[in-house]
Design a protein around this ligand. Structure first.
Ligand code: MN
Length: 230
């Protein structure tokens, strides 16, 4: 196949313990999946069906420098468990969902909270709040074959060594298999898809100069430095 311009680069994430990389097809994200975070955002926690949005695959940031984005004065961190799929399908049963998981990573769903607030008020889509360049910092992927299916693990985020977010992934309103099952009712899931599974409470602003450390037990750490916009 020949293209009229150079082919854009395939987005990918390093895999722990190997020189191989995991190629990323789509990034799905879950909204409001921890009760305490639903409350801090002004909502009422419950078991309403989960809702989803996407970020473009090239929004992944593998560098330790996070450039503060344009057009916002209120960028928030949201630490999240990321699940990477090595297979997919549609209408997947909850009981079968885990076998599609290749591995796990620590991710941050960076959010222009000011633009999100305006979008919510106006009933507009969230793209400019959620899907900007470098809005998806991610650490290396830990294969599920190394640690088994992850149902419980501490998830934390520190800014300048101060704890901001501190929870357990077992507190999710919708579990990882349930998220995969629900998402597969809406989209055909495929190998290479990754899912940001929602953030616990404690989200807040970051500023240029801040050091951000996100961690999930058994998976590892993700360290960022917030840089001035270029
Ligand atoms: Mn999020």
């Amino acid at each position: 196949m020949s293209y009229v311009i150079a082919s854009p680069q395939q987005a990918s994430v390093p895999v722990k313990g190997t020189y191989l990389r995991f190629p990323v097809r789509r990034i799905y994200c879950v909204g409001r999946n921890y009760a305490d975070h639903v409350v801090e955002m002004g909502g009422i926690p419950g078991r309403e069906p989960p809702f989803f949005f996407q970020k473009p695959a090239d929004a992944l940031l593998l560098d330790e420098n996070f450039p503060y984005p344009s057009a916002s004065n209120n960028v928030h961190h949201e630490v999240e468990l990321v699940v990477a799929l090595h297979s997919g399908g549609k209408n997947l049963a909850v009981e079968d969902a885990s076998r599609h998981i290749y591995g796990y990573a620590v991710g941050i769903d960076m959010t222009r909270r000011d633009l999100q607030g305006e979008a919510k008020k106006a009933g507009r889509p969230w793209e400019t709040a959620k899907s900007f360049d470098h809005s998806a910092p991610i650490g290396v992927i830990t294969p599920k074959s190394d640690i088994g299916a992850l149902e419980s693990a501490k998830i934390m985020l520190h800014v300048n060594d101060e704890p901001r977010q501190n929870a357990n992934i077992s507190e999710m309103i919708w579990s990882v298999p349930e998220i995969i099952s629900e998402l597969s009712k809406l989209f055909m899931l495929n190998a290479g898809d990754i899912i940001f599974t929602g953030t616990p409470s404690g989200v807040g602003p970051i500023q240029p100069g801040d050091r951000v450390r996100a961690s999930i037990a058994e998976i590892g750490e993700l360290n960022l430095r917030v840089c001035k916009p270029s």
